[in-house]
Ligand binder design. Structure first.
Ligand code: SAM
Length: 420
């Protein structure tokens, strides 16, 4: 492979949307389908990359999200270590990659039966609704009442921090999102009612919400039967300093960092995070997003305007040009978005420098990234990652276009790969 990053286009990929390379492929793939997160990537893509390096067994994902890479690696019999900054996703990932023995699953089934029985007896006091801003935009009142009673029932029937409680909490998340007005027909989440059509996700459309919960729990428990390799771990932490989180050395990375497109994961995760008590007030969502790469939710936006670059930044000339073009493109928001891009790539640079320390000699890295546009200025994220990788000590860098992202023809997704 050449040492400079040249664009490669795989067979049959250029210009196609390739739903098989997105989250939708995961929906019917057992544990991979437990909850949807729009920016999650396809287990098929991860599987293909890992399978093309059969001699690599120590897998790292510094941006774990829903845990697609560590779970896939575990099912292939590899050991894996994954990191995410969002505590809800760390819990979710851990629950997904856990080993469940038959006795635990039997106990989960019994607890489910017991919980439904006590729900129907209707003698448990409901939990208070979560303090989500504008909650009735998400659920109608009858769905909120149902979810408050269901949450209390799960809490009373399954002890906190046990595998059984975790499995039922995942089922609860599936049910709450099915009952909501959230629509996932777009790059990020929207609301069904925003489009002016009938509300479909609420209690009136659901046949029987407690049966919906039973169906969700049975799906979760059944898919928990297939266990991955036990050597898989997911931890909370900041991958800009990944070398401080582990003493291990890895021989392959398959990951997808946030893209520099202002998409906030917090936005889509809020319903789960509020209902499961990971968030208590709106400010916490902004604080968490500020720590995440590419975060701009709430208070993160105002902090961006005050942000100053650190000394160890790496700036190729074209990034400086893009930053000044974006600044000039819009009087009101140009500077904010230019700051956003500047910080995003500085964070990516800090991450890659730290990553270089935990990669074994000859280890290979694979970054799935998407480009973006701001006021018509194209941000070549894939080229930027390739250049940052080279500067951070990686070589044999390649960029492969894998799919078109949406109706804007210039928006694409790439795999940027390199060796240590
Ligand atoms: C594109 S998503 C990863 C999706 C994942 N590949 C999947 O299939 O679910 C990027 C993830 O990076 C996490 N993240 C953002 N900044 C981070 C940081 N500084 N350290 C660790 N994780 C971070 C976000 O919370 C998000 O879950």
């Amino acid at each position: 492979m050449p040492d400079s990053a040249k664009l490669q286009t795989g067979p049959n990929v250029s210009g196609k949307r390739r739903a098989d390379l997105t989250y939708s492929y995961n929906l019917k793939s057992g544990r991979h389908g437990w909850l949807r997160l729009t920016p999650a990537y396809s287990v098929k893509l991860v599987h293909e990359i890992l399978a093309s390096h059969p001699d690599r067994h120590s897998v790292l994902d510094p941006f774990s999200g829903t845990g697609t890479t560590p779970l896939c690696a575990g099912y292939l019999g590899h050991s894996a270590f994954a990191v995410d900054i969002n505590p809800f996703l760390v819990w979710f990932g851990k629950t997904k990659v856990r080993i469940y023995d038959p006795a635990t699953l039997e106990s989960a089934r019994r607890t489910l039966d017991q919980a439904i029985k006590s729900f129907l007896e209707n003698n448990i006091a409901p939990c208070p609704p979560p303090p989500i801003n504008n909650i009735t935009r998400w659920w109608d009142q009858s769905s909120i009442d149902f979810l408050c009673r269901l949450k209390a029932t799960i809490r009373d029937n399954a002890s906190d921090r046990t595998p059984v409680r975790d499995l039922l909490s995942i089922a609860f998340c599936r049910t709450l999102i099915r009952l909501s007005n959230a629509a996932f027909n777009h790059q990020s989440m929207s609301f069904k009612s925003e489009k002016g059509g009938p509300k479909q996700g609420n209690l009136f459309a659901a046949d029987d919400p407690i049966m919906m919960f039973r169906e969700d729990a049975e799906y979760v428990i059944e898919s928990a039967e297939e266990n991955p390799n036990p050597g898989v771990d997911i931890v909370g932490g900041d991958s800009r300093q990944i070398a401080e989180l582990t003493n291990q050395r890895f021989d392959i990375v398959v990951t997808s960092p946030p893209y520099p497109n202002r998409m906030s994961y917090i936005r889509e995760l809020r319903p789960y995070m509020y209902w499961l008590d990971y968030l208590y007030e709106p400010r916490e969502a902004g604080d968490l997003d500020w720590k995440a790469m590419g975060g701009t939710w709430g208070v993160a936006t105002s902090r961006l305007l005050e942000w100053k670059p650190q000394n160890q930044e790496f700036h190729p000339g074209y990034l400086k040009k893009i930053v000044s073009q974006v600044t000039a493109a819009n009087d009101q928001n140009g500077r904010l978005l230019a700051q956003y891009l500047h910080k995003y790539f500085e964070d990516a640079w800090l991450h890659l420098c730290s990553l270089a320390k935990v990669m074994g000699k000859g280890g290979t890295i694979h970054y799935v990234v998407g480009n973006s546009t701001f006021y018509g200025v194209l941000v070549p994220t894939e080229q930027m990652y390739a250049d940052l990788m080279k500067e951070a000590g990686f070589s044999e860098i390649s960029i492969t276009e894998i799919r078109k992202r949406n109706s804007k023809k210039e928006l694409k997704e790439f795999v940027v790969a390199a060796y240590r």
